[in-house]
Design a protein around this ligand. Structure first.
Ligand code: COI
Length: 354
């Protein structure tokens, strides 16, 4: 693709913006008026288009449905203090989309289709970007195979799309999580580091079972020993032990979260010790029982920073101290929000104006 191209725009004639209630934004429920569509056919990407949000037609033999060549991303655009709109770290998401694509033997998406396409989409759906504190326009880029062919091989054709939805706070209460020591989210050498649909599908049963026991999310452990922490639900997880920020190092079974990277960067900026390494359930529980674990929280695009209130381990629940206003998770949440809304200097160049 060329560095700039004209995107064909077909505006909606039936906007749904009146359905947007800023006080009641359920994650993923009300999708904005338009979507970006781009097809990969004849071994190349065709020009992207912006069209009204709506259903897509797929063959019943669609190979994404049968064999799972489907990946996605999650990022957010924020209303700025001056009324404009800016996207948080979109190129990081573009790169990770292509890392996932490579793992799933799918074509990479050119930067201009992703970024220029996204900017044009956000210009068109600018009124959908909310401005209440903690709110954002959640952006969901995705790609899936479109061959109508039941043979097991990488598809030759693909659909890339971007849809968006206004969102508020994801979890309204601190979380109850428990260590998962039976089911596995991902194994070394598998596709856990890719944001492919199957990772999420396979997590549904174990997560539902934990939810039936009164937990919100799981603390996934490693596939071979069920000892080392991997992620928590759909988030990366960070612990504060003895004043140090400790988090599982990314690996082939852990997603390289962009919120995770941002939180670790801010901790380093503030001179806080950061350790990215293996973290065992035993270490976490010993520290919690000894009063050395002062905070645990999930980090992710959808959830931003989600404090953990209770950890279940071997059939027993253990409560964490309530975070004070000085708690790292609180301070980093406030600092990120200030950068994202344009109220604090963006020293790392994370924000991209629309
Ligand atoms: C995100 O945080 O964007 C995610 O991908 C989690 C999502 C599955 C809700």
């Amino acid at each position: 693709m060329l560095a700039t191209f004209a995107i064909d725009i077909q505006p909606t004639t039936a906007s749904r913006i009146k359905e947007l209630d800023p006080d009641n934004m359920v994650f993923g429920k009300l999708l904005a008026d338009h979507m970006l569509v781009a097809e990969f056919t004849g071994r190349e990407w065709q020009a992207p288009r912006l069209v009204p949000y709506g259903p897509l037609a797929v063959s019943p033999a669609n190979s994404a449905l049968h064999y799972g060549q489907a990946i996605f991303e999650g990022l957010k655009a924020y209303r700025q203090a001056d009324g404009g709109v800016a996207i948080f770290r979109p190129l990081d998401n573009w790169q990770r989309l292509n890392t996932s694509a490579e793992r799933m033997s799918m074509p990479s998406v050119p930067e201009d289709i992703f970024l220029q396409g996204l900017r044009e989409l956000l210009k068109l759906d600018e009124p959908w970007v909310p401005n209440a504190p903690g709110s954002a326009l959640y952006i969901r880029p995705f790609m899936f195979a479109t061959d109508g062919f039941l043979g097991v091989r990488p598809s030759e054709n693909y659909h890339f799309g971007i849809i968006t939805c206004p969102v508020g706070v994801y979890f309204t209460k601190p979380l109850r999580v428990r260590f998962e020591q039976k089911y596995v989210r991902a194994a070394p050498g598998g596709a856990g580091y890719a944001k492919n649909a199957g990772n999420y599908g396979a997590a549904m049963l174990p997560t539902r079972l934990a939810q039936e026991e009164g937990y919100n999310q799981l603390l996934w452990t490693d596939a071979s020993e069920h000892q080392y922490v991997e992620e928590s639900g759909t988030m990366n997880v960070i612990f504060v032990i003895d004043g140090k920020l400790i988090t599982p190092a990314v690996s082939t079974s852990i997603l390289d979260g962009i919120t995770r990277r941002s939180v670790l960067q801010l901790a380093q900026d503030w001179g806080m010790p950061v350790e990215e390494r293996k973290v065992s359930s035993r270490e976490v529980m010993d520290a919690l029982i000894a009063g050395k674990l002062t905070e645990a929280f999930g980090v992710g695009t959808a959830v931003t920073i989600a404090p953990i209130a209770t950890i279940g381990f071997e059939g027993q629940d253990y409560d964490l101290p309530t975070p004070t206003t000085e708690a790292f998770s609180r301070r980093v949440g406030v600092a990120l929000e200030a950068i994202r809304s344009g109220q604090a200097p963006d020293v790392h160049g994370w924000m991209v104006r629309v």
